[in-house]
Design a binder for this molecule. Sequence first.
Ligand SMILES: Nc1nc2c(ncn2[C@@H]2O[C@H](COP(=O)(O)OP(=O)(O)OP(=O)(O)O)[C@@H](O)[C@H]2O)c(=O)[nH]1
Ligand SMILES: [Mg+2]
Length: 411
Amino acid sequence: MAGTILPLHDRHETKPSSEYSRRFKSWRLKMRRNKRTYLAFHILVLLFIFNAYAKNIRTKRINNERIADPEFVVVDSDPTLFTETFSMDETYGTSVDYYDFNKISLLPDRTNIGGRLLLCIPLRNAESVLDMMFDHLYNLTYPHTLIDLAFLVGDSTDNTLDLLQEQAVILQNQWSSDKVFNKIDVFKHDFGATIGQGVDDRHGVHVQAERRKLMGRARNWLLSTTLKPYHSWVYWRDADIERSPASIIEDLMAFDKDVTVPNVWRPLPKWLGGQQPYDLNSWVESSEAIRLASTLDEDDVIVEGYAEYPTWRVHLAYLRSEEGSLDEFINLDGVGGVSILAKAKVFRSGANFPGFSFLSHAETEGFGKMCKKMGMSVIGLPHYTIWHQYEPSEDDLKKMKEMKAQGLPID
Ligand SMILES: Nc1nc2c(ncn2[C@@H]2O[C@H](COP(=O)(O)OP(=O)(O)OP(=O)(O)O)[C@@H](O)[C@H]2O)c(=O)[nH]1
Ligand SMILES: [Mg+2]
């Protein structure tokens, strides 16, 4: 049977017509007859399309603000002024956080002093120094509510992790509320360190490159896991600092530089001279060291303070004088890691602690070099001194045993 070809309007009519579409059609017909209603309807449609378009543009602008150039970002001391949290569903805590870094950088009168700080401490087999470390943290005069503490425990064979957690809980639950920190995070992550953490094990020249590269990776891991958009500063601190001013954070901040390190010495028993410049990793580059670097293999790392690497650099540690002004600073190329204050924008810009040979250096010394390469200010304070603890070496212990046997004082 030959099929019947229906005219166009009838073909439409063959579709099953629901009650809804029948009503819609009759409404459309009526509206077409009334010219005014017809016009008003189309204006409404146009307004709707325009609104959707404007919304799209607004969203794009917000996205652009989010990827603001971090080089020009100054995170303000009160980031809540510039952040908003849009809660969508209180029950499940779903929210969208918005940080306007552009606005912050455009404020003319605000300085970089103050602001929230991330305090990072790596730890390995450090149970013997935990009390000392917590005393220092407790005494810090920088407002504790502005400090987030982040600990990374790695490759430890002692009780560091358990004791650390215990003490952190005690610290956060004490009666003195101004001592409570905004947040404490404890992370456990082994990076495969096999070199002993004893004083002689870790000071041998041949283990330095491996140890420093591994520490670089550990530091980067801790930082990238904990740095948040609302942090203005990052303070790196070793656990084995014996003496340090309680106001160190604000003292270093006052210089308002990208990276600032104090001088690091260590106390010694009287029979060894009483005191000694300690951290030789903060230095000013020399032409001899650049020449030395050019003779090394790509993966080699220069480690400062060893006769095997004659660099003839100026060390921050040796510039100290007891009468020197605490305000004095010098520009550095390499920095030690015992106590580093850096603006958070340094890390947001991509600087890190190389876990490989970068310009013949790794970890904190590589970090100093990288920051300089990126045009940042890196300074050291020759007369502002903190004290690393003294741990007797095997030789010192032997000597002390002999002295004791001879009835000589060993303090
Ligand atoms: N997570 C982690 N922390 C480490 C590791 N090695 C050392 N640390 C910690 O990092 C900080 C610095 O390490 P130290 O061994 O004191 O090294 P240093 O201060 O650079 O040098 P010296 O004290 O002179 O040997 C301390 O708080 C250590 O407990 C490691 O492999 N993993
Ligand atoms: Mg140390």
